[in-house]
Design a protein around this ligand. Sequence first.
Ligand code: AMP
Ligand code: TRP
Length: 379
Amino acid sequence: MLCSRSTRAVALARRYSNVSSTPSTIQELDRYDNLPQNSRVFSMIQPTGRIHLGNYLGAVKSWRTLSNSNPTSRFIFGIADLHAFTSFKPASELKENRYQAIASLLASGLDTSKCILYFQSAVPEHSELSWFLTCMTSMGQLNRMTQWKSKAQQSQTSSITDEKVMESTKAGVFCYPALQAADILLYRSTHVPVGDDQSQHLELCRNLAKLFNNTYGVDYFPLPKTLLTPAKKILSLKNPEKKMSKSDPVQASCVYVTDSPEQIQSKIRKATTDSIQGDWSFDPVERPGVSNLINIISGLTNESIEETVASVQHLKDHKGLKDYVSELIINEFSDKRQLYDELLKNKDYLDHVCKEGRDSAREVASKNLGEIKSIVGMD
Ligand code: AMP
Ligand code: TRP
């Protein structure tokens, strides 16, 4: 697998700085209902509070489906608390958020006999690999990422070359995608199930994997494919131009797995739609609110958008459509909410689950990091 050190040495410095600075236009996607045998599937979620419908349909539901139905593959799911540290929180709040995140994942049906579940900060190999990859990532590549701009409350056209932007942006927020690439590559993952908003980070991760392999003349990291879930992006209920997000100050825009039936019904009733009468249609440009509800139904029922549009035609008005969506969400979440409450009361059990997950994750991570260090000459 390794080239001889002499052939490597000459090309090393040149290749090292020769990163393709233009992200590839080809989305490396795989269908999530057609996972190849023996895949290594990895994903993470930030512990920034409870899981919402976007997280659930965009990520967690597919984690559950994938890990329950592919016995030959390996599944590792983490709570990205090091990433969450890029937004300051008092220690007690961060600690509680971590418990809420693990309880939400377990309540959403992840089965720890089928997947590893752990906290990122409990596996120090993430930070170590992150440093190697940060050293290989150009500032230009990071500058083109969009997430740091929203996290640092900068406009999407802002650049780190601007003095003011540089002053008000923390280095951790800027380097976040290199840590994310380390998370994925640490387990030599082949597939990463995420929502649409993560596509750019995955592109960077593939570029880094390629760069590492080329630089050291190895075929060590597979190029991880993005597994986009069918419900790629769930939009805000109040402003269907934006994605549904926990950081949205308008709480009615976001349904949580732990919301009561009354809260769910009230939020869906208030969802922005339109006044178009007649047949239901999926048209994200002309009918963003209605299309978002159709997308939600499709994500919950596992029907395609076309099948969903056909199946809602009998609903005669917007209230009927909203009541149907509420009913589906309430049914989907009712048992999860109860389990979540019980789990949160049992922190010893949550600690035990995370400790077991940490040990299993570290076993893989420390072996791989040892190999990576040997490749880069630090063994
Ligand atoms: P985060 O809450 O940002 O840590 O996101 C965790 C996972 O949920 C990632 O895979 C995201 O892509 C996915 N996700 C977050 N918000 C949405 C959304 N509104 N629609 C679809 N997927 C989402
Ligand atoms: N950045 C992701 C988000 O905001 C969370 C994340 C961190 C992640 N590391 C990851 C997702 C690795 C997939 C793989 O949602």
